[in-house]
Design a protein. Structure first.
Length: 95
């Protein structure tokens, strides 16, 4: 009986797994897009810090305690997505 219950439950698990995989793909697709948008608003001496209430990007310099978050996020996005443009941005931020 336990085997039958296990086999009956398999399609539901597989369906949930596929849903999670698709959700993760979409999340990283959006993250990649956002990272590229942030990069287009930076110069060679600044890093993103936060978003102001009015929607503008607050920037900081590499000496700030949050300076590693953006390059680390880029590397994480690249690891999942394999997007070469993200890899290039990550390299630029860690030179």
């Amino acid at each position: 009986m336990a085997l039958l219950s296990f086999l009956v439950g398999m399609p539901a698990y597989s369906s949930r797994r596929t849903g999670i995989t698709e959700l993760a793909r979409r999340v990283f697709e959006v993250a990649s897009f956002q990272a590229k948008m942030v990069a287009s608003n930076l110069d060679s001496t600044s890093l993103p810090k936060s978003i102001a209430p009015d929607g503008t990007l607050r920037k900081t310099v590499w000496q700030d305690w949050v300076s590693g978050f953006y390059p680390g996020t880029l590397r994480f996005i690249y690891k999942y997505s394999g997007d070469p443009e993200i890899a290039s941005l990550a390299e630029e931020q860690t030179e």
